[in-house]
Structure formats: C-alpha cells, structure tokens
Design a protein around this ligand. Structure first.
Ligand SMILES: [Zn+2]
Ligand SMILES: [Zn+2]
Length: 276
C-alpha cells in the first residue's frame, strides 16, 4: 500500500502546497481522501487522472478539504469515454455538498452536453453518507470509518484502509479522542493533519489562535501514534507552513513517538509494507 501526500497545505494560500488531500493506492485501487486546492494538478503530477480514481472519500466538509471536488467531478466526467459512476463517500451532509456543486456546474454541464454528441449524460456522482463504525469495500481495500473530534465541525470521520496485509489510518482534522485511538490501534501507518502550537501562539490574532481548539498539535499526533502502537506517523496539513529546512523541528516535537515520523512536501510518498 502506498500513501501519497497530494496536498500538505491548509486553508492558508501557499504557492508550494496544495490544500489537504491524500491518496491511498494498492496494486489495483486508488482512493482519494479529501479534495483540497489544486488536487487535480497534484494527482496529474503523480500520474493519476480522475478517471483512475476508485473512489473519493471525505473526512469532513470544511472548505479546505472539498474546495476542488468540483474539478475532480468535472474532469472525471469529461475524461471518461463512457458514462461512469464516481463514488463519493463522506459524513452526513456530503449529499447536500454534491447537490450544490452539481447545481454550480449546471451551465457547464449543459454547454458540454450540447457541444459533444457523445456526451449525453450529466456527471454520475454516487454519494454514500457514512456513520462511524461502518465498513465497506473499495476495490481490494476494506475501509472502516471512525468518529473524530473536530467540533464544532460535526460529523467528521477518520478512515482505516486495510489491504495487502497492512492498514493505514487517515484521520483528517481533529484533536485526540478515544474513537480515534480505537481506529488507529495496531495500524501500520497513521496520517494526521497537524499544527505547531508554539508558532501558532506567536500570531497576535485570535482567529488564528482559535485553530488550536480543534486540530492536533504535532505532540498530540505523536501521542496518539504511540498509544496506538503504529509503526509510521505521517504529518500533513502543516500550519504554519514549514520554512526550508524546518522539518527537523517539526519531527522533534513528535519525540513522544518511538516509530518513524514522516514529514514532507507535496507528492511525498510512503510505502507501507507488512513486517517481514
Ligand atoms: Zn477541518
Ligand atoms: Zn483542514
């Protein structure tokens, strides 16, 4: 199983980081988790066009995690030769988001269908709204949902992807909680969005400091990883964006975790393989 950090940024615009998105691949399945800014560009950079996606999975409906979902939908639609379903999984509220998105695209859909004789069906987006504890299959990947604590953003979900003898948890945003601990326990890899508390507190603006209420700090992510006994902790969604050469400092804050800590730029890949 492979993890690709297709977007390591946050809502704050950054010329070098796409908004939050992560790809999980196996030999036969490609799952996109969240669809932040520039996601289709980053997918293209690793050789994935939207028709190659087996499913899109959303952790929650904050704008930074879904703002380029419309690009995924449109590109999936126009690049597939035959009408093809795009499966979008997410928490309650996902159907309303997709409905609104298709409404926003209504003119474009009309233009393209009237221009192309071989494009006579609107995008087929199949929405699956999920609750914590559900399990389903996407290709050869078994997916388990778990509640996360990103309040007041509710509901929000983390996902555990199991295939090829390993499992990876992509937690999305949130602070540690017992449900996340449960989802992470015994996983091989754990991807957590993080903020640096020491740096965030330096910004004299309450709206910025507020983000500490509902995001894991690097230290908290390390502690969750340690409690869960995972082998690899992957940090993403960096706030603030790490300056050149600053990753060592970020990793140093994860000292509570005994395993491997991965940080990186967009398109960083992590291979997750079974223990020998
Ligand atoms: Zn969020
Ligand atoms: Zn976020």
């Amino acid at each position: 199983m492979n993890i690709i950090l297709t977007g390591t940024g946050s809502p704050l615009p950054d010329p070098h980081r796409g908004g939050p998105s992560t790809v999980i691949t196996t030999a036969s399945t490609t799952i996109l988790v969240d669809a932040g800014r520039a996601v289709v560009m980053r997918l293209a950079a690793c050789g994935i066009i939207p028709p190659f996606l087996s499913a899109v999975v959303l952790t929650h409906l904050h704008s930074d995690h879904i703002c380029d979902l419309n690009d995924v939908v449109t590109t999936h639609w126009v690049m597939t030769p035959e009408p093809t379903d795009l499966h979008v999984y997410g928490p309650k509220g996902t159907a309303q988001v997709v409905e609104g998105l298709l409404s926003m695209l209504a003119s474009d859909i009309r233009y393209r269908m009237s221009h192309h004789a071989d494009l006579q069906e609107a995008p087929r987006v199949i929405v699956h709204e999920l609750t914590p504890g559900e399990q389903f299959l996407v290709g050869d990947v078994s997916v388990l949902t778990g509640a996360t604590n990103h309040r007041p953003v509710e509901p929000s979900l983390g996902y555990r992807f199991s295939a090829e003898g390993v499992s990876t948890v992509v937690a999305g945003d949130g602070v540690p909680c017992s449900e996340l601990d449960e989802l992470v326990r015994g996983a091989d890899a754990y991807v957590q969005t993080v903020v640096r508390e020491d740096l965030v507190r330096l910004v004299p603006r309450q709206r910025f400091i507020d983000i500490l209420d509902y995001h894991s700090t690097v230290r908290q992510a390390a502690q969750t990883a340690q409690r869960g006994g995972v082998r690899t902790l992957v940090l993403t969604h960096f706030v603030p964006t790490p300056a050149l050469g600053e990753y060592d400092e970020w990793r140093a804050q994860a000292a509570d975790f005994d395993g491997v800590v991965v940080t990186g730029d967009d398109l960083t890949q992590v291979s997750v393989t079974p223990l020998p």
